[in-house]
Write a protein that binds this ligand. Structure first.
Ligand code: NAD
Length: 491
């Protein structure tokens, strides 16, 4: 059921196959960013709640790991069918709590379904290796075994997809799981878990709790938790990595980003502009793959910026649930103010605003209480400016001009982040050199958002990732399993 802004949904925890409404917890509120209305209240888990969820997952583990993998994936097949059936409903909830457009939300749910589809292939994915006669009469094989209770802590910006980077892989490998979604956008994950219950997953295999730092800390420190998957901002990712690793847990912590889009003078300018618009202003810039620094090489800037500024000024900003809207609001009022403060800082530091998103307020899209900011483009941004260095996580694009590809590569490689980048060019040689020399984990060639599909890893580098094994793809199988080597000789 999709609620209206006049109903406030009260969320609960899902533990051991049952929904609980815990008493005495602090309640956090969830807003519709397009209207500012409070649409839900979520209880924040304390230590005792977390302990209850971890124990439920721990108790479910021995039975679940013994279910043959071909049977373990059956609930996921059923779940995939339910997600298809409820695709539009989930996308509607997502837009309502996150603000992204209906089209973008549907695409996110599609990507989430693909994660489940890949996890259904676990019988092949978790196969080991074997070699007979490694010595006379001795055979050797490796097997992959689940590790136990795994935890997922996720951000607000992909409330359907990021949880599914984690738990479908984890449980298909035979682990049990506790999901702690973002307190800013917990509704989509809640509905997704309701559907999983309907798909017939045994109690305790997947559990859901809500909350903030207190809940996260209790999960990181719980002795029965074996592995932690985190996606969020860099300072929190660093903290999660250090804290959970110090507790002896396996950790993958995906952090923030500052992604550069490099445009060569020989690029197809109209197509490049469309790709930049999608990358910089899609989801209001609230993507870890969003392009936020546009690096123009040689005389690319002139023809590119003319087209880009014109297109940006025509972008339709409004309530993402309305048809024709190209960019929705920012997730919360605080975040909207934070992004506006970065724009002020850019002006103060001497960058030239070609388009100023703060002016949108005068035009006012629908929803007077919404957290709207228009798209912003700054020209003549130098690498030392704050707006060039820090993750803004909003619809702000900084333009930096360089003379050569080599200069562009050096500029990008000086960034402490290494999540994603793109080059726009007609030259295979330039594209090859760029993708080879660049110190960034995900590279687009004439692709503005280089988002890997479910069967490839989400491969951020540097301060965009802390750990060894990345999210989804084969890395997820390695992350959620322990390898065992068995040598055998029969007399
Ligand atoms: P966030 O770091 O504020 O929150 C992420 C999660 O961490 C939430 O569940 C939150 O409850 C928890 N958390 C927040 N502060 C905490 C603290 N002090 N201690 C313990 N837990 C804490 O991130 P966000 O604002 O929800 O999401 C946006 C960020 O996520 C951006 O930086 C974006 O780049 C990043 N992100 C990265 C990827 C990636 O793949 N690298 C993907 C999506 C988002």
């Amino acid at each position: 059921m999709i609620a209206t802004d006049s109903t406030v949904e009260i969320l609960g925890f899902y533990v051991n196959g049952k929904w609980e409404r815990p008493q005495g917890c602090t309640l956090g509120t969830v807003t519709n960013p397009a209207t500012g209305a409070i649409i839900a209240e979520a209880p924040y888990a304390g230590e005792a709640d977390i302990d209850g969820a971890v124990r439920a997952a721990h108790e479910a583990f021995p039975k679940w790991r013994e279910v043959p993998v071909v049977d373990r994936v059956q609930p996921l097949y059923g779940y995939k069918a339910l997600l298809e059936k409820h695709h539009a409903e989930l996308a509607g909830i997502l837009t309502r709590e996150n603000g992204k457009t209906a089209e973008d939300a549907r695409a996110e749910v599609r990507r989430s379904i693909q994660m489940v589809e890949v996890a259904c292939g676990m019988p092949s994915l978790m196969m080991g290796d074997s070699l007979n006669d490694v010595a006379h009469g001795i055979d050797c094989k490796t097997i992959r075994q689940p590790i136990g209770v795994c935890v997922g802590i996720t951000p607000f910006n992909f409330p359907a997809m990021v949880p599914m980077w984690m738990w479908p892989f984890a449980i298909a490998c035979g682990n049990t799981f506790i999901l702690k979604p973002s307190e800013k956008a917990p509704l989509t994950a809640t509905r997704a878990v309701e559907l999983l219950h309907d798909a017939g997953l045994p109690p305790g295999v997947l559990n859901l709790v809500h909350g903030g730092k207190q809940a996260v800390d209790a999960l990181l420190r719980h002795p029965l938790v074996k592995a932690v998957s985190f996606v969020g901002s860099t300072p929190v990712a660093k903290y999660i990595y250090a804290t959970a690793a110090a507790e002896g847990k396996r950790v993958q912590a995906l952090g923030g980003a500052k992604n550069h889009l490099v445009v060569m003078p020989d690029a197809d300018m109209p197509k490049t502009v469309e790709a930049i618009i999608g990358s910089a202003f899609g989801a209001a810039g609230e993507r870890c793959l969003a392009g936020s620094v546009l690096v123009t090489v040689g005389d690319a800037a002139g023809p590119l910026l003319d087209l880009l500024v014109k297109r940006t000024k025509g972008l339709v900003v409004g309530d993402g649930s309305e048809a024709g809207v190209e960019m929705g609001p920012l997730v919360t009022s605080d975040h909207c103010q934070r992004v506006a403060a970065y724009i002020e800082k850019g002006v103060a530091e001497g960058a030239t605003p070609l388009v100023d998103g703060r002016e949108l307020k005068k035009g006012a899209p629908s929803g007077p209480g919404g957290f709207f900011l228009g798209p912003t483009i700054f020209d003549h941004v130098t690498p030392e400016m704050t707006i060039a260095r820090e993750e803004i996580f909003g619809p702000v694009l900084c333009v930096t001009r360089v003379e050569t590809l080599d200069e562009a590569i050096q500029l990008v490689n000086r960034s402490p982040f290494g999540n994603a980048t793109a080059i726009f060019t007609a030259s295979g040689k330039a594209a090859r050199e760029y993708s080879s020399r660049i110190e960034v984990g995900m590279v687009g060639i004439n692709v503005g958002v280089a988002a890997p599909m479910a069967f490839f890893p989400f491969a951020g580098w540097k301060n965009s990732f802390f750990g060894d094994l990345h999210a989804h793809g084969k890395d997820a199988v390695a992350f959620y399993t322990e390898q065992k080597v068995i040598m055998s000789r029969w007399f």
